[in-house]
Design a binder for this molecule. Structure first.
Ligand SMILES: N[C@@H](CCC(=O)N[C@@H](CS)C(=O)NCC(=O)O)C(=O)O
Length: 234
């Protein structure tokens, strides 16, 4: 069986890592049987990040998008077969908006801003035994700060970061409109991504201008509830 290696659930979400939740959502959407390894061992991950999978033939694949590509080919998943070139182009553009821009703005609210960090530290490291919990959280936060600067997001002023995140959320809410799924009446891989990242903004107890902005767009909450009911009921 396919084994999905990811972090342990946190914040009342299937996963507080939106990339892990994206892949778990996609596996459920694809109807592929899988089992979870929630130990969150990044040191065993091929690229030092989660998620990654071990396929049922032993093949190891890292990175949520490359995993989806691999599983689509190997297990003949037809989730996106109905999409034409324009819809595929839109899916790529929105995936990039979510993963390469919005993600970093949200990361900043969780790991760098003090109110978010207090909750993140407790949720991710609260159960860690001493003496590890005395220094690992600060080291992890320092690493995230460096990554945010490397990406460029971390070089902006806080209110600029919030403005960037809110603009992305507006684009998603306007694009979704009153459609059941991002690309119309039928679900596609983009919904695994959009659901995971939007739920990770809407549902954790981390108050931020980005969360308030998302909560002010009721179609986003309704969409995430629809995805949850459809794919996480069991
Ligand atoms: N492009 C990767 C991104 C994965 C990613 O950034 N994972 C984060 C959690 S959301 C991670 O494992 N961070 C641990 C670390 O950097 O040490 C994917 O799509 O899977």
């Amino acid at each position: 069986m396919i084994k999905l290696h990811q972090f342990a659930p946190a914040f009342g979400l299937p996963n507080a890592s939106p990339f892990c939740m994206k892949l778990e959502t996609w596996l459920r959407m694809a109807g592929l049987p899988f089992e979870l390894d929630n130990r969150g061992d990044v040191f065993k991950a091929p690229m030092g990040k989660l998620p990654y999978i071990v396929d049922d033939d032993g093949t190891v694949v890292a990175d949520s998008t490359f995993v989806i590509d691999h599983l689509t080919r190997r297990h003949v998943v037809t989730l996106d077969a109905h999409l034409g070139p324009l819809e595929r182009a839109l899916a790529t553009a929105f995936q990039r908006l979510i993963e390469e821009d919005l993600y970093w703005a949200v990361l900043h609210t969780r790991w760098i801003e003090d109110a978010g960090w207090r909750l993140t530290r407790e949720a991710f490291f609260g159960a860690m035994p001493a003496p590890l919990r005395w220094f690992v959280p600060a080291l992890a936060r320092r690493g995230l700060r460096a990554e945010l600067r490397g990406h460029g997001m971390g070089r902006h002023a806080v209110d600029q970061i919030h403005a960037i995140g809110c603009r992305d959320v507006t684009a998603l809410a306007d694009f979704l409109g009153d459609k059941p799924f991002m690309l119309g009446d039928r679900p596609s891989t983009l919904d695994a991504c959009a659901h995971a990242f939007l739920a990770n903004i809407l549902w954790p107890p981390v108050d931020s201008p980005i969360q308030r902005h998302a909560r002010a767009r009721p179609n986003l909450e309704a969409y995430c509830q629809r995805m949850k009911a459809r794919y996480f009921a069991a």
